[in-house]
Structure formats: structure tokens, C-alpha cells
Write a protein that binds this ligand. Sequence first.
Ligand SMILES: C[S@@+](CC[C@H](N)C(=O)[O-])C[C@H]1O[C@@H](n2cnc3c(N)ncnc32)[C@H](O)[C@@H]1O
Length: 245
Amino acid sequence: MFTAKGNYTLVTTRITKMAFELKSVVPWGRNMGEYKIMFDLSNDDLNHKIISFGDGPASFNYEMTKLGKSVTSLDPIYQFVKDEIQQRIAETKDTILEQIHNNRDKFLWTTIKSIPDLEHIRMEAMNAFIEDFELGKVQGRYVCHELPMVTEFKDLSFDLGLSSHFLILYAGLGLDFHLKSISEMLRICKEIRIFPLLNLNGHESEVLKEIIAYFESDFEINIHKVDYEFQKGGNRLLKITRRVK
Ligand SMILES: C[S@@+](CC[C@H](N)C(=O)[O-])C[C@H]1O[C@@H](n2cnc3c(N)ncnc32)[C@H](O)[C@@H]1O
């Protein structure tokens, strides 16, 4: 989670590399099971070449790699070393859980049943990521990259690009940030999927309509409900696909 634009406020240690500050990030990672449901990933999709933007300490890459699938994860936190990320997770985890507890009526406690359950699921995912991080970095599966900057990849290098709990959710990053980021994603991917479509306050994201208006003349836009819903009302997925000519 990104503190500057959201309703989470945490500042502890100052670890700075280049322009990106680790103290501005509250790491929080989801797992492959959650990605499969929120992104409506079919078995066919899982066999495609996937790239995940703002992938942070999610265990999607680790779990997919174990199954022999192809995932490249991008995030500015990958410029830091394992111990620095692990330390940041340790120092922010309790505050995130406390904030979720204080806002518990904004979440749906059906699949994830309680705060301890949430802690267990998130820590399991983040610990798996931490254990995989150094090897994955050497193998080029974890790439340091900050949107909306242009990536190192050639046009249409990937079948599918994902953004979980970053774009659209952090509406405060602004429309221009979103249009540039999504344009870069669509340059290197045949299709992209973004989830959820709410902002941090649980309302429809302010940038959603304008994103659709901007891309709909050149791309196929599809919004549909998925079975994943933790943030109440956060069960819609945006797909943007290249039109077949
Ligand atoms: C809430 S986390 C989501 C992590 C993961 N996608 C998941 O759902 O478990 C948001 C992620 O966005 C990353 N992030 C922040 N600024 C970014 C930027 N400019 N470009 C790409 N990622 C960024 C953060 O480092 C963080 O890992």
C-alpha cells in the first residue's frame, strides 16, 4: 500500500534509493489463489506469458514459477535487498492490520474470516515472496521498475499484463499517471487486467470513467464481476484488449 495518496499513514525508518523511498510503501502481498480469482485467470491464461505491474511482495510469481509458468513482476521496491523489504514488512504489518480492524465494516469477512486469518494469509504470501526474491531477481523474474516510466521490454512482449491493488485503486496518483502507465502496459502486452475498480475509500475510482473514455476508441474494454470481494463492492475487473484487425 502506498501511503502518500491513501488513508494509511506510516512513517518509520528512512531507507532511500534513487528517487523512490521504501518508507512510502506499506508492503502487502496477495497469493496466486487470490490473483486467479480477482483476474479471472483461466488455465489457458495461466499458460500465457504474464507480467504483473506493482507486484510488490505478492507470492504470485513464486507460486506460478513453481508450476513452470512464466511471470515477470515489476515494482520499485525490487531495488532494495531482501532484508530491507523484510524489515519494512515487519515494521508496518501491525499498523495495517490495526487500520483494517478500525475500518472492518468496509470489508467482507466471508472468504477471509477474521483479522488473524488475514494476517496469516498475507504473511504466508509475503514470506514466500521474501524466500524467492533473490533467486527471482537473478533469474530476471523480479524487475525494478516504477510506473509510468517506459519499461525495457519490446512491443507486445507479453500476452497478459496485470495490476492488482495499485492502478485505479490509488486514484490520487492522477489521471495523467494512469493514462501514461496504462499506455505503457498496452505497448508491451496484448491484454491488460486491472483489479479492483474502487478507490481506497471504497467508492468507484475517480479515474475509471476517464480511463475508459481515453482507451475505448482503440481498444476493447470490458468490465465484469469476479468472485473475489474483500473490499466491499470491490468485485469488478477491468480488461483492456487490443482489437483484432
Ligand atoms: C498494495 S501493493 C499491491 C501488491 C500486489 N500487487 C498485491 O496485490 O499483492 C501496491 C504496490 O505498488 C507498488 N508501487 C508503488 N508505486 C509504484 C509505481 N510508481 N510503479 C509501480 N509500482 C508501484 C508498491 O511498491 C507496492 O508493492
